[in-house]
Design a protein around this ligand. Structure first.
Ligand SMILES: NC(=O)c1ccc[n+]([C@@H]2O[C@H](COP(=O)([O-])OP(=O)(O)OC[C@H]3O[C@@H](n4cnc5c(N)ncnc54)[C@H](OP(=O)(O)O)[C@@H]3O)[C@@H](O)[C@H]2O)c1
Length: 252
């Protein structure tokens, strides 16, 4: 039987050496839960947040040069090789139509840069890193239900960024599968983190939960479990997949 490059799973690689995984936005919320779950599986996790802290690389992804700086520092921290990139960092700041024209444009561009452009920059650097070494690699994109369903009137930019992330993910999956470079996406609905908390309260709390057949929002640990699966366990044939996690609030 011919062994295809993509048939060697990262689980097998983990048995040989610990996979190095960069998780952006891993100071709190879904990213922190994912980092902990990956460490529990034996991975070497490189953590990132807006500001540097012990064990955390600081890079404000709203700055154009930040993604490249983060990648270089993460590579150094990992000893020169990164096996998996998780694009998780995200911003969910309202951008009301009533804002000034320039204020609305600034809000749009900041969310697009943090939620999409920086993920594209990091994905490009990761793909080139693996191509230069003929190495296997995986990217996990933490997108959102908003990519498919849209979002509130103050969140055009958020939905557009997440929709763009899904289109980018599918493009990466199709382009590099033959090289063993795989791409997975997760589309959570409301998840119990700081990002969702204020929003849920502002939209009526329990009333909003009535739209979720499961009767509750997701926990960060549930989304992290899907992220771990994509980063370490998902079979190569799943590349290009988008995994929903929204309590059946949006089924498609
Ligand atoms: N919570 C939800 O309901 C929900 C639903 C669907 C999708 N998601 C997606 O899941 C991902 C994680 O969300 P979460 O709820 O865990 O968010 P969160 O609790 O607000 O945490 C956001 C993370 O992203 C980082 N981050 C934000 N802006 C940044 C910037 N400019 N530069 C660098 N890092 C930045 C934060 O770093 P600092 O701690 O340094 O600020 C933090 O680590 C996001 O992509 C989000 O869009 C969340």
């Amino acid at each position: 039987m011919r062994l295809l490059q993509g048939d060697i799973s990262l689980v097998q690689r983990a048995a040989m050496n610990r996979p190095a995984i960069l998780v952006t936005g891993s100071t709190r919320g879904i990213g922190a839960a994912l980092a902990e779950a990956l460490v529990a599986r034996g991975a070497m996790v490189i953590r990132h947040g807006r500001s540097a802290a012990p064990g955390v690389i600081g890079a404000d992804l709203g700055e154009p040069a930040a993604a490249e700086m983060l990648w270089e520092q993460a590579l150094a921290a990992a000893g020169g090789t990164i096996d998996v990139l998780v694009n998780n960092a995200g911003l969910f700041a309202p951008n009301p139509l009533e804002a000034s024209d320039i204020g609305w444009l600034d809000g749009w561009e900041e969310t697009l840069r943090v939620n999409l452009t920086s993920a594209a920059q990091l994905s490009r650097l990761a793909v080139r890193h693996w191509q230069a070494r003929s190495a296997l690699g995986r990217i996990v994109h933490i997108a959102s239900r908003a990519a498919y369903r849209g979002d509130s009137p103050a969140h055009w930019h958020y939905a557009a960024a997440k929709g763009g992330m899904i289109a980018m993910h599918k493009t990466i999956a199709r382009a590099y599968a033959a090289d063993g470079i795989l791409s997975f996406a997760v589309t959570p609905g409301f998840t119990d983190t700081g990002m969702a908390g204020d929003y849920i309260a502002s939209r009526g709390g329990a009333g909003l939960l009535a739209d979720i057949p499961l009767g509750r929002v997701a926990t960060p640990e549930e989304i992290a479990a899907i992220g771990v699966f994509c980063a370490l366990d998902a079979p190569p044939s799943m590349t290009g997949a988008v995994i929903d996690a929204n309590g059946a609030s949006f089924v498609r």
